[in-house]
Design a protein. Structure first.
Length: 906
């Protein structure tokens, strides 16, 4: 058909337009054809484009998430399982077989263009103990990525029959950039650098990769004695090892203490920053704990494996176990303990007594808690298994673990207990309530201190009342609630306590043991009478508290409160307080020092501030470090009930009145006499009738005889005696009342023998008896010495200078001892009576009527003449002297004082 000229032009224009449009598409459209550029080194990806669908089905594995492009997910040859980052895979593996995995290079490099093929070399950058070849290199100019490979054995074959304790061989990890090398046959020999045997169920391998990495897990062949299969978990990460084992010099898990059936363990602080506390406490529990009897063999070979521990440990402590009513363990976050920082606590009950256990702490995978302790400071995605912590339970039952105390919130250890009277919770409350009541006395003292004064008007520019109250509370709780060890403990540095009391089951120590400890007064009682009288734990051993807690009170509190610490090298110091041991305890596992949970090597805090107890040695075992300090309990206990009092000269008027007053206060009272045995027995009988539950032994000694004076206290406390049978190892209250008086006023009439006789009894013998009593008082850290003097010590009186000198010597001795002994819980006071009737020294006045002629009566009644000269117009009575003695015995805040009881005479 012939086209017209107009049609020809239209066809030509259309053809030109189509040509231009096609040309435009050729130039522009290729940029829209592919959503992602193909890396220049991805040869296989380009080849795959030319393959048929059938070919692609054989070359590519099926992705788990269809939304992702296959080039992003990676590809694996047949029989090779792809391994995604931070996504562990588990598998059962028959002995004699190999499982193969591949980490695609595209996972390491992302979408960035980089060189390399699946045959790229591996550059080893790991520490020598992690294995690897270490001799390959990365071609220059090619991007690399650090890859962390790790695996754990979750289950392993078990031996049966007579060889059931035998362990199967460990799994083997193989790593390479080729399928043949990365997935070897199980029969192939190990290759240095590329194959690594698991250690205790765990293996790690660190490398820098540029392409696909093949990982093989090989299960060795086992003998016929083993049954079942291996199970493992393998993971890869570019952040850190997903499975990690950390062996530290200082364990992450601390054994605080244990008793016969329970144990308390805590982690180290999760932070030392006050600003992190609230955040950490609001998060989930960061750790799991796996505990087994040390004879339990199922964990052997898998102690570095988190999943292996989970399947093989006897006891698992985690948040799930808290919901199990039958679980023997509870775990929770806590701020208790020195420092008040977050830590995780594990409290076990229903354990077997005298049993060794192993606890392995595991930081759970994918936690968000503060990772202060992870090696290198990095936050990894996986789990961390920490080195094992060994602990054991005790054989005795009279040490019980207490924790979660309301007031003494730093106390977390075993204390003297009595399971017949208290379970652990009730025992904790009993001690806590006692300490709280003692602290109330201190609060009253602090009310007298102007704590709100300006900085320049305070008692210290460096310390405040808050510092003082914190230090005192810590000291009080530590000495009120001693740390307990079994009486059978072989810790040579623990001190025997309360040996004279029966065990909670009613049994007592042997006679030989009692004879041994009877010579050690500090071993026959506890440091705190509340323990012996209320808790009644029986014999135990005490871990001594550290000395510096006391000096911290002295340094933090105003001197006005009168708080002092026992001085070094004195008996009370040497057998009551311990020092820090820089070398730590020797021998087997022992509970951690309490401050271990508070301080860390990477902290700026002073770890020593947390130490409550010496780890091994009492102070008498080595020389004192003068920068350290001591503890005591002398200013908070004024109870005399149940204590042993000794009244010398108890058959006289003042002596018998003092004995009755102390008996009424609840004391066991020893009645000394020199010659009047009938009077002594009559007094004892009347007291026994009035107070049948108390002890009133009589004891004779002629105080003018030096040998008898020296033996008085020893005879009273001798083994097998009444006092020892009641558990008394010391005289707690001494009333030094015995004395003689010879009314010879003119010095010309006083012979040398008169002088010697009066001073022998009134001064020397009272010094000897007081010295003997103070030894026991020092050992128990509590004592009251009351010296009965006379107004004659002031130069007056009617009995002559020899009598005045003897009473003056006694008074001066008392004032000196009060200064020396004040810091040891021992008070010394003097009562100075005058004109006391019913003593035999002053005639008793007869009664008279108001109409009688007084001056005439004075001549016929000498007693009346004496009474009339007293400003109060009467003689004193012995019971009034006894009232002062009772007050001195019950008032520990008074020492070095003289009370003149003389009716107004000066």
């Amino acid at each position: 058909m012939q086209l017209s000229p107009l049609q020809s032009r239209l066809v030509a224009s259309l053809a030109a337009s189509i040509f231009l449009f096609v040309l435009y598409l050729l130039l522009v459209s290729p940029r829209l054809a592919f959503a992602a550029e193909v890396p220049l080194n991805s040869y296989e990806a380009i080849v795959a484009l030319s393959r048929t669908d059938d070919d692609l089905q054989g070359a590519l594995y099926e992705p788990e998430f269809e939304l992702f492009d296959r080039s992003i997910i990676g590809r694996a040859p047949p029989g090779v399982e792809p391994l995604q980052l931070d996504q562990p895979k588990a598998l059962n593996l028959q002995p004699g077989s190999t499982a193969c995995y591949m980490v695609a290079g595209t996972l390491l490099q992302g979408n960035a263009a980089s060189g390399g093929t699946p045959r790229e070399e591996i550059k080893r950058e790991a520490s020598p103990d992690e294995g690897g070849d270490g001799d390959s290199s990365t071609p220059p100019g090619k991007p690399t990525r650090r890859l962390y490979l790790s695996a754990n054995t979750c289950r392993q074959p078990r031996a049966v029959g007579p060889k059931e304790k035998n362990l199967p061989p460990q799994l083997i990890l193989s790593v390479s950039n080729s399928t043949a090398a990365g997935c070897p046959k199980a029969s192939n020999p190990l290759r240095d650098g590329r194959d690594k045997v698991f250690e205790e169920g765990a293996v790690v391998y660190n490398l820098t990769a540029t392409g696909d990495i093949y990982i093989g897990i090989t299960a060795p062949n086992v003998s016929s004695e083993f049954q079942e299969v291996y199970n493992f978990e393998v993971a890869a990460s570019t952040d850190d090892f997903f499975h990690k084992y950390v062996e530290q010099d200082n364990s992450e898990l601390l054994w605080m203490d244990s008793d016969s059936s329970s144990a308390l363990l805590v982690t180290r602080n999760l932070t030392n920053s006050k600003g992190d506390i609230r955040r950490i406490m609001s998060q989930d529990l960061p750790y799991d704990l796996y505990v087994s009897n040390k004879n339990w063999t199922d964990m052997n070979g898998m102690t570095h494996s988190a999943c292996g521990l989970q399947r093989s440990a006897q006891i698992m402590a985690n948040s799930a176990s808290n919901n199990n009513l039958n679980s023997p363990v509870k775990t929770a976050m806590t701020l208790r303990g020195p420092g008040g920082f977050p830590k995780q606590q594990f409290y076990f009950v229903a354990l077997n007594e005298s049993t060794d256990y192993t606890g392995i702490l595991v930081r759970k995978a994918n936690i968000t808690a503060h990772e202060k302790r992870q090696a290198g400071g990095a936050t990894g995605p996986g789990s961390i298994v920490y080195g094992a912590t060994d602990f054991n339970t005790k054989s005795g039952t009279n040490c019980q673990v207490v924790t979660d105390l309301e007031f003494c919130d730093e106390i977390q250890y075993a204390v003297p207990g009595n399971p017949q009277k208290y379970n652990n919770t009730a025992l904790a409350k009993a001690y806590d309530d006692y300490a709280k009541s003692m602290y109330a006395n201190f609060e009253k003292v602090m009310m007298q201190i102007p704590c709100g004064a300006g900085r320049t008007s305070r008692y210290s520019l460096a310390r405040t009342c808050d510092d003082c109250m914190t230090a005192y509370k810590r000291w009080l709780c530590t000495v009120s609630i001693p740390r307990c060890e079994d009486f059978a403990s072989n810790n040579a540095f623990a001190l025997v306590r309360n040996a004279g009391q029966a065990f909670p089951n009613g049994t007592k120590l042997s006679t030989d043991a009692l004879n041994t400890f009877g010579n050690l007064p500090f071993s026959m009682v506890s440091r705190n009478p509340f323990i012996d009288q209320t808790i009644q734990p029986g014999p135990y051993k005490e871990m001594l508290p550290c000395e510096d807690i006391c000096y911290n009170v002295v340094q933090s509190c105003p001197a006005k409160i009168g708080f002092v610490c026992p001085r070094p090298k004195l008996v009370a110091f040497q057998y009551s307080y311990g020092q820090r041991d820089a070398n730590g305890p020797a021998g087997g596992p022992t509970p951690s020092a309490i401050d271990s949970a508070n301080g860390d090597g990477d902290s700026d805090d002073d770890d020593d501030d947390g130490l409550l107890h010496s780890t091994t040695r009492p102070a008498h075992a080595f020389q004192l470090d003068t920068t350290m300090t001591t503890l005591s309990l002398q200013d908070v206990d004024n109870r005399v009930q149940g204590r042993l009092a000794l009244v010398t000269g108890a058959t006289g008027g003042i002596g018998s009145a003092c004995a009755r007053a102390l008996a009424a206060d609840g004391c066991d009272v020893a009645l000394h006499y020199s010659s009047s045995s009938e009077k002594a027995e009559a007094l004892a009988s009347s007291l026994r009738a009035a107070y049948p539950s108390q002890l009133f032994p009589t004891i004779r000694a002629d105080l003018s005889d030096r040998a008898e004076a020296r033996g008085l206290v020893a005879a009273l406390l001798q083994a097998g005696g009444d006092a020892a049978a009641r558990g008394h190892t010391a005289v707690s209250v001494l009333v030094a009342n015995a004395g003689v008086g010879r009314r010879i006023r003119d010095v010309a009439d006083i012979g040398e023998d008169d002088w010697d006789d009066v001073l022998e009894v009134n001064a020397r013998s009272q010094f000897v008896v007081t010295k003997a009593c103070v030894a026991g008082m020092r050992a128990q850290g509590w004592g009251r010495v009351v010296l009965v003097g006379s107004i004659a010590s002031k130069g007056g009186g009617i009995n002559g200078c020899h009598y005045a000198a003897s009473k003056g010597a006694m008074t001066s001795m008392g004032l000196n001892l009060a200064t020396v002994l004040a810091g040891e819980g021992i008070t010394v006071n003097i009562v100075q009576p005058a004109m006391i009737g019913a003593t035999g020294m002053i005639p008793t006045p007869k009664t008279w009527k108001s109409t009688d002629h007084v001056e005439e009566l004075k001549v016929s009644d000498p007693g009346l003449g004496i009474a009339a000269s007293v400003p109060v117009h009467r003689l004193g009575v012995p019971e009034e002297v006894a009232n002062v003695v009772s007050m001195f015995a019950k008032t520990g805040y008074m020492t070095g004082q003289e009370v003149l009881l003389a009716g107004g005479l000066k």
